[in-house]
Design a protein around this ligand. Structure first.
Ligand code: RIB
Length: 291
C-alpha cells in the first residue's frame, strides 16, 4: 500500500439510530431517575467508524443494512452526507437497528443495542465480495452476524486486503476469524476478554480511555501515546472515532496513525452523540498543531 495515499476502506457493520437520554446519574436496577435531555443521533459502531474514516480522508464504502423505516432514511442520509459510499448499503423490510443510550454527567454511558436490520446481513453478495477484494482495508465490528464477519475476513485475506477488527461488543469468536485478522483495536474490557487471542495478531492497538493508547506488533515493537486533556461531555462513539481515524491513516505507519486517532477519539468526547461528535481532518490537525 502507498504510505502517502489515503486508503480505500470497506466498513462492514452496523448502523443504528441512537436514542440518547442524558441524566445526572444512571439508575440502579429497579430505580427511576429524572433525565435532563433526549436526542436521536445516528450511530452504530460500523457507521460511526465509517464516518470517522471518511472525515479523516479515506475513501470509504459501507456494507450493511437499514430497515425501510424513517430511521433508515435518516441513517442513509447521514452516511452519505459524511462522504461514505452507500451504493451497496441494503434496505430490508422492517426496523433499522436502534441503540438505547444513557449518558451521565461524567460523560460515561450504558448502551443496549437491538439489531433490527443489522441482524439480516447474513450473507455477502457478489458485489459486496468484489468491493472487499478491491479495498486496501476491511474494517469490521461485532454488531452484525458473526458468520458474515468471518466470511468477509476470509475473503479479504485471500484477496490481500488488510483485515482490521474492532471486536466490540464482546462475543465469543471462532479461532478461524482471529487467524484472518491483521490489526485488532480493543478497549480495556475487550483486551482482557480476548487476551490470549490477541497474542497471535500481527498488530494490536489498545485504547486506554483518558490515558491514550498503546500499540504492539507481533515482531516486538511497542509504544504508547499519552492521553489528551479535554472537557468530556459524552464518551459515546469515542472508540469508533479512534478506530475509523486509525484505519484511515494506517498506511502512514503505526505511530503517526495512533497519534492521529488518539486526537480524533479525544475530540469525539467533547460533544454529545456518536456520529455527531466525530471530528474531521481540520479539527484533528488543529488539535495536533496546538500540542
Ligand atoms: O460505539 C457506540 C455505538 O454503539 C453507538 O452509536 C450505538 O449505536 C452502538 O452501536
Amino acid at each position: 500500500m502507498d504510505r502517502s495515499a489515503a486508503p480505500t476502506v470497506v466498513v462492514l457493520g452496523s448502523v443504528n439510530m441512537d436514542l440518547v437520554t442524558t441524566t445526572a446519574r444512571r439508575p440502579a436496577p429497579g430505580e427511576t431517575v429524572l433525565g435532563s435531555g433526549f436526542a436521536t443521533v445516528p450511530g452504530g459502531k460500523g457507521a460511526n467508524q465509517a464516518v470517522a474514516a471518511a472525515r479523516s480522508g479515506a475513501r470509504v464504502r459501507f456494507l450493511g443494512a437499514t430497515g425501510d423505516d424513517a430511521f433508515g432514511t435518516t441513517l442513509r442520509a447521514t452516511l452519505s452526507g459524511a462522504g461514505v459510499d452507500i451504493s451497496l448499503l441494503r434496505t430490508v423490510d422492517g426496523s433499522s437497528g436502534v441503540a438505547t443510550i444513557v449518558v451521565d454527567e461524567s460523560g460515561e454511558n450504558s448502551i443496549i443495542v437491538v439489531a433490527g436490520a443489522n441482524g439480516r446481513v447474513t450473507e455477502l453478495t457478489a458485489d459486496e465480495l468484489a468491493a472487499i477484494a478491491a479495498a486496501d482495508i476491511l474494517l469490521c465490528q461485532l454488531e452484525i452476524p458473526l458468520a458474515t464477519v468471518a466470511a468477509a475476513a476470509r475473503h479479504a485475506r485471500a484477496a490481500h486486503t488488510i483485515v482490521a477488527l474492532n471486536p466490540s461488543p464482546v462475543r465469543p469468536l471462532p479461532a478461524a476469524l482471529w487467524a484472518d485478522v491483521d490489526l485488532a483495536i480493543v478497549n480495556a474490557l475487550e483486551s482482557e476478554h480476548y487476551s490470549s487471542d490477541l497474542d497471535r495478531i500481527p498488530h494490536v492497538v489498545r485504547t486506554l480511555g483518558g490515558d491514550g493508547a498503546r500499540y504492539r506488533s507481533a515482531e516486538g515493537t511497542e509504544f504508547a501515546v499519552p492521553g489528551r486533556t479535554v472537557e468530556v461531555v459524552d464518551t459515546t462513539g469515542a472508540g469508533d472515532a479512534f478506530t475509523g481515524a486509525l484505519v484511515a491513516t494506517w498506511p502512514t505507519g503505526p505511530h503517526p496513525a495512533l497519534t492521529w486517532a488518539n486526537a480524533a477519539g479525544a475530540l469525539a468526547t467533547t460533544r454529545l452523540g456518536a456520529s455527531s461528535s466525530i471530528p474531521d481532518r481540520t479539527r484533528i490537525e488543529h488539535a495536533l498543531r496546538a500540542d
